[in-house]
Design a protein. Structure first.
Length: 399
């Protein structure tokens, strides 16, 4: 049995198992990948406050996300072409998430359709919507998500135009994908990926093929998709989506305090602070650097505040919680698991993150992941009230 000690082990295994164009599609950031690196650099730079002499024998990792119970405070982020990591990838990831007790979010740009996933999982999942210029398609996707009993809609706001990912262009993984000799070799030399893929139930944009004429031609479908991202929508569009959807709404891709306020005002139930994992605006700030200002701007509002971009460990999750998020999402961390070992790999990614969180909680004196004080990390302004008896004793000594 392969031993995976951290997400990096899963990443390396996925790099071996998945053909290079598809692995790099996941790995990529946009342009010079400045924001991709900033996400990691800023999380890495945060230091915990090590605490001892606090009774941490009982530790609670779970909580809720929009009222849904979670075993750890994170969800699997929507990822387009998730099914390129392994055959039926979306279904495997959704199953692993549900067994583990965290939400799975299906992308508009997934390989498996909403209906395919709904037929293969036990509980409701979330659906992510990209707004299309042709509003009837957005309407139809919303209606299909409702019919499939999706329990929340994630409205992604930061892909109204597409950032270029240079490695995709070089690998011919543009739109349509090019079958260059290098790509063909890359596929045939990875039989562990390619053979199950031949038996996969779907190999196109599963949600969109029924919405588009000539969808049988992957090239034409892909060109159409590219032309459909809608740069004209504004915060008023959230109203339109909210009314049509009528359920819980998560606004994704917020990186600015003013935008966070607009999203809350427009009725978001949760705001997801995100720079799309460094795949869109290159030169945008890291999520970790923006989260405190956004917390200050909308803290206390009814909307939940979540964050993603850069998480590769349970320690990273705790850092985002200390910076003001109540929950997180992960993209690549679970895609690496999926590429390395399918459904089991996603489970392993979640176990690793939970176990890392658990140890970091114990060593920072934290007993409840739903109550993370800002000064769990160094540099935060106020002293926490993690353990009232200890705080009272310290006050007594100070006095
Ligand atoms: C391969 C890949 C595909 C993605 N596709 C989508 C998508 O279809 N819709 C969306 O809202 N976000 C998409 N994202 C962004 C993720 O939802 C999430 O914001 C990001 O992965 C978080 O960063 P991380 O990968 O460092 O965890 C994608 C990310 C990756 C890595």
């Amino acid at each position: 049995m392969t031993i995976y000690t951290n997400i990096e082990d899963l990443r390396l295994a996925a790099a071996r198992k998945v053909p290079k164009p598809f692995f790099e599609y996941v790995e990529n950031g946009s342009y010079d990948e400045l924001t991709l690196r900033a996400n990691r650099r800023d999380l890495d730079a945060i230091r915990f406050r090590q605490r001892v002499m606090l009774n941490v024998s009982e530790r609670r990792h779970g909580g809720t996300m929009l009222g849904e119970p979670v075993t750890i405070p994170l969800a699997l982020a929507p990822t387009g072409l998730c099914g390129s990591m392994c055959a039926d990838g979306e279904i495997k990831a959704a199953r692993a998430a549900q067994r583990f007790g965290v939400p799975f979010c299906l992308s508009t740009m997934s390989v498996a359709s909403i209906e395919d996933v709904a037929a293969k999982v036990e509980r409701p999942f979330w659906f992510q919507l990209y707004l299309m210029k042709d509003r009837s398609i957005s309407e139809s996707l919303i209606d299909r998500a409702k019919a499939a009993r999706c329990s929340a809609l994630v409205l992604t706001m930061d892909l109204h135009v597409e950032g270029q990912r240079n490695r995709d262009v070089k690998n011919g993984l543009g739109i349509p994908p090019k079958l260059t000799p290098a790509n063909i070799w890359s596929i045939v030399s990875h039989p562990g990926w390619a053979l199950p893929m031949l038996r996969a139930s779907e190999w196109t944009f599963g949600n969109l093929k029924s919405e588009v004429k000539n969808a049988g031609d992957l090239g034409e479908l892909a060109q159409w998709v590219k032309s459909q991202f809608d740069p004209s929508f504004d915060w008023r569009t959230i109203d339109w989506v909210r009314e049509r959807w009528g359920g819980k709404l998560i606004v994704k891709g917020i990186l600015d305090a003013d935008d966070a306020k607009l999203a809350v005002k427009a009725g978001a139930d949760a705001v997801l602070v995100s720079n799309h994992g460094g795949r869109q605006l290159d030169g945008a700030a890291s999520t970790a650097s923006q989260l405190p200002a956004i917390r200050d701007a909308i803290g206390g509002a009814a909307a939940e505040l979540w964050a993603d971009s850069g998480i590769r460990s349970g320690q990273d999750v705790l850092k985002f919680l200390a910076l003001g998020a109540s929950a997180c999402m992960i993209g690549r961390a679970y895609l690496y698991g999926l590429g390395a070992a399918g459904e089991d790999g996603v489970t392993r990614a979640l176990e690793l993150i939970r176990d890392e969180m658990d140890v970091a909680m114990a060593l920072t004196g934290l007993t409840d992941a739903a109550k993370v004080p800002p000064d769990l990390i160094l540099g935060a302004p106020s002293r926490s009230a993690q353990e009232p008896a200890a705080e009272a004793y310290i006050t007594h000594l100070d006095g």
